[in-house]
Design a protein around this ligand. Sequence first.
Ligand SMILES: Nc1ncnc2c1ncn2[C@@H]1O[C@H](COP(=O)(O)OP(=O)(O)OP(=O)(O)O)[C@@H](O)[C@H]1O
Length: 219
Amino acid sequence: MLELRGLSRVFGSLTAVDGVSLTVSSRHALIGPNGAGKSTLLHLAAGNVRPSAGRVLLDGRDVTRAGPGRRARLGLGRTFQTPALVDSADCGTNLRLGGRAPVSLDDVGLGGCERLPAGALPHGRRRLLEVAVALAGAPRVLLLDEPAAGLGDDDRALLLSVLRAVEVPVLLVEHDQAFVRAYADTVTVLHQGALLASGTPSTIAADADVAAVYQGAAC
Ligand SMILES: Nc1ncnc2c1ncn2[C@@H]1O[C@H](COP(=O)(O)OP(=O)(O)OP(=O)(O)O)[C@@H](O)[C@H]1O
């Protein structure tokens, strides 16, 4: 379980994340208009960005001062907006670099790609490989930054079924509202760095404040 307590991050005069508290214990989606602070919050959770205030707890342990490597070793898995893979290495090697958990390329629809360089995969398949690499690390909590971005319908359906089979808590940032509705059981909405609303997908879909924020935004 991942707990974010009163997290803030200030960049110069801009408060990118403003006192956000949330607990990730199941399938949790983080949404909000462009610039709402979603990626910064994910970076704060993963240890890539230091908080100006607040704490991060992983399974009850305070990891606020731990860097990303230490958090990863403690069980915080993640993927990035741009998949972080070793392009020159084949898919099988990438998977093994991720760890020893029994995840196969077949599990993410990449059966037969064992010897193909990761750099030769099309975008959607790269995202699926990155999820498999993260799962191979046997994470206790998984952070995913826009995993469905740029995916075609088939890859999106595959990703959905892969993620539904993940048994650990997941926090994902996602713009694709249909994907969020199909996947998440909890949705948290950020607006201008602060938590605007949190609830089930249907509660959030019916929330007038959330609708107003999206109406005023480009997406
Ligand atoms: N390293 C940084 N230095 C200065 N400002 C930053 C930095 N990182 C993010 N910001 C600013 O913080 C705010 C929140 O950015 P962030 O990327 O977290 O939003 P987001 O909700 O993920 O947006 P998007 O949906 O467009 O990816 C933005 O105004 C952004 O310009």
